[in-house]
Design a protein around this ligand. Structure first.
Ligand SMILES: Nc1nc2c(ncn2[C@@H]2O[C@H](COP(=O)(O)OP(=O)(O)O)[C@@H](O)[C@H]2O)c(=O)[nH]1
Ligand SMILES: [Mg+2]
Length: 439
C-alpha cells in the first residue's frame, strides 16, 4: 500500500454488511467536506460547520431524490480519527441505503478506501503509532473480554508508555557510556550502567513473557490431552465440554486419530485436542496416532498430562516434547486411588470433582504470568521486536563499555520497531493488510 495518495479523498461503508438499525459511511481527505456538501442537505452546509458537530438532514442522489434521512458528523483535521477532514454519515443500516450513499460519495470525487486505510492515515499523520494501530484491529476483532481489554490498553498508549520506560533506562546507560568515551578517565558510574540496564533487562523479560498471554487472549489457546491409553483423556474432554464429543470405551487404543473441540475457559477461547493414547504398539495406525499425539503436544500452548489414578503409576514410554508446558492430572478420582502425589491435580470425569480446580490451573498457566493491569504484547510482530531488544541488552551487559554502546543502540532501534514510530514500509503494509475496509 502506497503512502502516497494522501491528497486523495477516500470513502467506505464503515459498518458490517447486512441490515442494522444504523449504518455509517465514512469519508476522509482534503475534499471530504466538499463531498459532504454535495451529498447532504441540512440546516447548514457541512463545509460551513465547525468540527466536532453534527447536522440532521437528508442524503440526496444527484437528481435530488432523497436516499434517506440521517446525520452528518463533521470533523476537521487534525482533530479527527485520520487527522484529516472527515465526514461521517449515519443512515439506516441497509445495504441498499449504504450502497447508494457510498456511490454518491464516489461520484462526487472520493475513491474507495482500501482495507485499513483510515487507520493507516491516522498512523501516517502521527495520531497513532503502529502498536496502537494494531490495537485498533484488536478492538475490531476482539472475541473475548481479555482480548478487548488488551487492545484497549494498547490503544490508550499504555503499551507505548511501558516501552518508553524501558527505552529511557537504555538511553541513560548509553549516555553514560558516551560520556565515558569522551572522558575515559572518569569511567562509567555503576548506578548509570548496571542499575538501568538490569532494570531494562528485567522489564524486557516481563514484556516478552506477556506476549504469550497477549496472544492467548487474542487468538485463543490449544490444549492437548496426553496420556497412556485408558488414562481418561476422552472422558475428561467430554466432561470439560459438557457433552459427549469423543468416543469413550474401556478398550485401550479407542482414540487413534486426534479430534478437536472448542470451548471458552475463563474468558479465553480454548481448543481442546484429544489424542491417541501413548504406548508402544505394533499397530501401524495406532503408532501413527502416537507420533501425532507427541507432535500435537509440542505445538500446544499447554499440555494436560493425564495418568489413571486407579491403576499403579506407569510413566509414559516417551518423553513429552521439550519446552511443552504441562499440567499433571490424576484421573478417576471417584475410584480408590492407587497412588497419590501432591503435585498432581485430582479430577473425576464421572463426578466432576476437581474440574473447577483444573479450569483455574489452566487459566493461571495461560494468562497468570502476565502482570495484572499492565499492557501486554498482542502480536507476533511486537513480540519479535521485544525479543530482539532483550537479546541486545543482554549482549551489552557482558561487553566492555566501549563495545556495549552499539548493542544498546540496536536495542533502542528494536524498541522503536515495536511501537513502529519509524519502520519500513513493508512492515506497515503487513499490519494494515489485516484490516477490513472502512476501518
Ligand atoms: N470411574 C471413572 N472411570 C473413568 C473416568 N474417566 C474415564 N473412565 C473410564 O476409563 C476408561 C477409559 O476412558 P477414556 O476416556 O476412553 O480414556 P482414553 O483412552 O484416555 O481416552 C473408560 O471405561 C471410562 O469410562 C472417571 O473419571 N471415573
Ligand atoms: Mg480416548
Amino acid at each position: 500500500m502506497s503512502r502516497l495518495g494522501l491528497t486523495e479523498t477516500i470513502a467506505a461503508v464503515a459498518t458490517a454488511p447486512g441490515s442494522a438499525g444504523v449504518g455509517i459511511v465514512r469519508v476522509s481527505g482534503p475534499d471530504a467536506l466538499r463531498v459532504a456538501d454535495g451529498l447532504f442537505r441540512g440546516r447548514r452546509a457541512p463545509s460551513r460547520t465547525p468540527g466536532g458537530r453534527f447536522l440532521f438532514g437528508e442524503l440526496q442522489a444527484e437528481d435530488g431524490e432523497v436516499l434517506d434521512e440521517g446525520l452528518c458528523l463533521v470533523f476537521r483535521g487534525p482533530r479527527s480519527y485520520t487527522g484529516e477532514d472527515v465526514a461521517e454519515f449515519q443512515t439506516h443500516g441497509s445495504p441498499a441505503v449504504l450502497g447508494r450513499v457510498l456511490a454518491r460519495a464516489l461520484a462526487l470525487g472520493a475513491r474507495p478506501a482500501r482495507p485499513g486505510e483510515f487507520t493507516l492515515r491516522a498512523y501516517l499523520s502521527g495520531r497513532l503509532d503502529l502498536a496502537q494501530a494494531e490495537a485498533v484491529l484488536g478492538l475490531v476483532e476482539a472475541q473475548t473480554d481479555a482480548a478487548r481489554r488488551q487492545a484497549s490498553l494498547g490503544l490508550s498508549g499504555a503499551l507505548g508508555a511501558r516501552v518508553a520506560r524501558i527505552g529511557a533506562n537504555i538511553t541513560r546507560t548509553l549516555a553514560a557510556l558516551q560520556a565515558m568515551l569522551d572522558y575515559p578517565e572518569e569511567g562509567v558510574p555503576e548506578e548509570d550502567r548496571e542499575g538501568p540496564l538490569s532494570a531494562a533487562e528485567h522489564d524486557l523479560q516481563e514484556l516478552v513473557a506477556s506476549a504469550r498471554a497477549g496472544q492467548v487472549a487474542t487468538r485463543g489457546a490449544r490444549l492437548a490431552l496426553i496420556g497412556r491409553p485408558n488414562a481418561g483423556k476422552s472422558s475428561l474432554l467430554n466432561a470439560l465440554l459438557g457433552y459427549e464429543r469423543s468416543i469413550v470405551t474401556p478398550i485401550p487404543g479407542t482414540t487413534r486419530d486426534y479430534l478437536e473441540a472448542g470451548l471458552e475457559l475463563a474468558g479465553v477461547p480454548v481448543t481442546l485436542v484429544d489424542t491417541a493414547g501413548i504406548r508402544e504398539t505394533a499397530d501401524q495406525v495406532e503408532a501413527a496416532g502416537v507420533r501425532q499425539a507427541l507432535s500435537l503436544a509440542g505445538a500446544a500452548d499447554l499440555v494436560l498430562a493425564l495418568e489413571d489414578g486407579s491403576q499403579p503409576r506407569e510413566a509414559l514410554p516417551t518423553e513429552l516434547p521439550t519446552g511443552a508446558r504441562v499440567i499433571r492430572v490424576q484421573t478417576k478420582a471417584d475410584l480408590p486411588a492407587a497412588w497419590s502425589d501432591p503435585e498432581v491435580l485430582r479430577v473425576s470425569a464421572v463426578t466432576g470433582e476437581g474440574l473447577g480446580g483444573l479450569r483455574e490451573a489452566v487459566h493461571a498457566a495461560l494468562l497468570g504470568d502476565a502482570a495484572r493491569g499492565e499492557a501486554w504484547l498482542t502480536t507476533e510482530r511486537q513480540a519479535d521486536a521485544a525479543r530482539r531488544a532483550l537479546s541486545h541488552v543482554q549482549a551489552a551487559r557482558h561487553l566492555p563499555d566501549d563495545l556495549a554502546g552499539w548493542e544498546l543502540e540496536e536495542a533502542l532501534r528494536a524498541l522503536s520497531d515495536l511501537t513502529g514510530r519509524d519502520v519500513q514500509e513493508d512492515v506497515v503494509d503487513a499490519v494494515f493488510r489485516n484490516f477490513c475496509v472502512g476501518k
